[in-house]
Design a binder for this molecule. Structure first.
Ligand code: DGT
Ligand code: CA
Ligand code: CA
Length: 579
């Protein structure tokens, strides 16, 4: 078990005890232990393997919880947790995934309305029995309804990064067999959608039946859903579905187009083909004579097929029938669609100074190793107490540290910045005299997510009018699986960012992807500019940059739209807001 798994069990125990109405100190102990374990720079399992007594060095964890950690590490289970969970109906804790619903309210719903699962809760909202409870009301009920709808839309779908992880493992497995000649990812994963329903893989093989046998024997497989001559589906551990299809070399491009989709893109292409007396399907593109006779024109590569339709190859991320086909026909596809190698640095990073798990020196070295030309260190401000955010005095000392470390490492520029909280009333969490000393100021909302649209928009406008703000971090505040976006007049905010020269962040954290593709495209059309940031708290999280790039591509962003593609000198000028 890794730290995250252990911590989530402790968090879940804390929630369960709170709902049961148990001793608050006990509840707090579980939550504190969970937080401490999440904060550890090393895996507890590694400590344990080295020397079991090292478990005692985990800070703030009492004897009872240490014993529980040992049980989890040695057996992979926790008997106490399993018996506690049996006291609740199945699906009960899924309700905590709903945006804005915590254990306290859940306890009330369980006690007063006997709510057992999300369906019960939905019914209670529909019948307006929820709004009658003390402390609730029509607005709270409507919000919960919206949260349920948001949650249900995401059920059964996987975050892009999780889907990619499974796909990579699968491809690596398939590549070990000589039966497979060519393997490509298709479907929504290839298009870079923020969530993926199932993973589609297309292959060219030497022997179809051997290929299907080999696929079905994959160690990751839990259940074979279907096994056919050209298509098989399996369910892998963790619940994701994988579809494998085979195509012959002469049809591979056509098949790849077909299975990449989107469905809407394919339908539009077929319509265009028909107008030209052509036909497209997964085998190729064909001319159709007046007598109905078909002749294959192409199919080997995607490029050939698009060409026979009278247009250039369209990047997969654009294939959503959002104007890309019209643009391709008119020769107006984005010329310099953003690519990963355009990115010269990462401008939103945390270190041990607040809630990161890495030192300034180590992250600078790693960024340099990756070929970045610059990075910005942007730790939290004091409002975020749980992250040990900084006040003005600590910030200025931290800046001095960053500048010293930066002077010792050549070949990469290190900007000193902050991720400063936007307070409820739109003021910033730190005084201007401190912000003035920084190279880059990122403003972010981490609280009061549920203000109404008018208040939230006013709050944001006030923050964006502070002349030291350069970047608006994760603007919608959503978490894909658990938190709905804030209510905001996005158009107004995007226009203001364009006017004030504030860059909109595409935060690449797997649960965020915020801005999302649609907001990003809307903001581009309103004249805004962007920055793609990982918000990394450790070295491994730097890898997430690619998800931001793919999201930017889905939004048709070009190199010139994105701050962290600029050379350092140009970037410094671009950050100047003027007086
Ligand atoms: P997902 O899995 O829900 O994230 O989304 P996709 O786009 O991967 O959809 P999926 O897995 O159902 O199918 C993969 C592609 O295959 C899809 O993007 C287009 C193509 N496709 C599947 N079913 C149909 C269909 O009924 N008509 C057409 N034109 N294309 C289809
Ligand atoms: Ca799919
Ligand atoms: Ca599929």
């Amino acid at each position: 078990m890794n730290n995250k798994e252990i911590a989530s069990i402790f968090y879940r125990i804390g929630d369960a005890l709170e709902i049961k109405g148990e001793n608050v100190f006990k509840i707090r102990a579980y939550r504190r232990a969970a937080r401490n374990i999440m904060d550890l720079p090393r895996e507890v399992s590694a400590l344990f393997q080295q020397d079991p007594s090292r478990i005692n060095s985990i800070p703030g964890v009492g004897r009872d919880l240490k014993e529980k950690i040992v049980e989890m590490l040695s057996s992979g289970r926790l008997a106490y947790f399993e018996s506690l969970m049996k006291e609740f109906p199945p699906g009960f804790f899924d309700m905590l995934k709903l945006s804005g619903l915590g254990p306290k309210r859940l306890k009330k719903f369980k006690e007063k309305l006997n709510i057992k699962n999300i369906d019960d809760l939905e019914k209670a909202c529909r019948q307006h029995s929820l709004s009658k409870l003390e402390g609730e009301g029509e607005r709270a009920e409507a919000k919960l309804s919206a949260a349920i709808e948001y949650y249900k839309k995401g059920v059964g779908r996987f975050l892009l990064q999780d889907a990619e992880y499974i796909a990579e493992k699968t491809v690596a497995y398939l590549k070990k067999s000589s039966v497979f000649k060519k393997i490509e990812i298709a479907g929504s994963l290839r298009r870079g959608k923020e969530t993926v329903g199932d993973i589609d893989i297309l292959a060219e093989v030497r022997d179809k039946s051997k290929a299907m046998d080999y696929f079905a024997a994959m160690p990751l497989a839990e259940k074979i859903i279907a096994k056919g001559a050209v298509k098989s589906s399996i369910l892998v551990k963790g619940g994701a579905q994988l579809d494998l299809r085979v195509a012959s070399a002469g049809s591979f491009g056509a098949a790849l187009m077909y299975f990449t989709g989107s469905k809407a893109h394919n339908i539009k292409l077929r319509r265009i083909a028909k107008l030209k007396k052509r036909k497209v399907n997964e085998y190729g593109i064909f001319s159709v004579s007046a007598g109905g006779k078909e002749k294959k024109l192409a199919g080997k590569t995607e490029k050939d097929v698009y060409q026979k339709l009278g247009m250039p190859w369209i990047p997969p991320e654009l294939r959503e029938d959002n104007g890309e086909i019209e643009a391709a026909l008119a020769g107006r596809l984005p010329e310099n669609l953003l690519t990963e190698k355009d990115i010269l640095g990462d401008l939103h990073l945390h270190t041990r100074e607040t809630d990161g798990n890495v030192s300034v020196k180590d992250i600078v070295k790693e960024a340099k190793r990756r070929g970045y030309k610059y990075i910005a260190i942007t730790n939290h401000s004091k409002y975020v107490r749980i992250a040990r955010g900084m006040d003005e005095k600590r910030l200025l000392a931290h800046v001095a540290d960053i500048r010293k470390i930066s002077a010792d490492i050549s070949g990469i520029k290190v900007f000193a910045g902050i991720e400063v909280d936007i307070l409820e009333d739109g003021r910033l969490d730190l005084e201007d005299y401190a912000l003035k000393e920084l190279d880059i100021v990122i403003a972010a909302v981490h609280s009061h997510f549920s203000l109404d649209e008018k208040k939230q928009t006013e709050r944001m406008i006030k923050a964006l009018n502070n002349k030291y703000v350069n970047v608006l971090a994760h603007p919608s505040g959503r978490l894909i699986t658990t938190r709905t976006p804030i209510s905001l007049d996005f158009e107004k905010i995007f226009l203001l960012c364009a006017k004030n020269n504030v860059f909109l962040e595409v935060n690449t954290h797997g649960e965020r992807i915020d801005l999302n593709d649609l907001h990003c495209r809307m903001a581009k059309n309103l004249g805004a500019k962007f920055v793609i940031n990982t918000d990394a708290h450790d070295i491994a999280q730097l890898d997430a940059m690619k998800y931001g790039v793919i999201t930017a591509r889905r939004a048709w962003l070009e190199k010139k739209d994105v701050l962290n593609t600029y050379a350092a000198g140009k970037l410094i000028k671009a950050l100047c807001r003027g007086e």
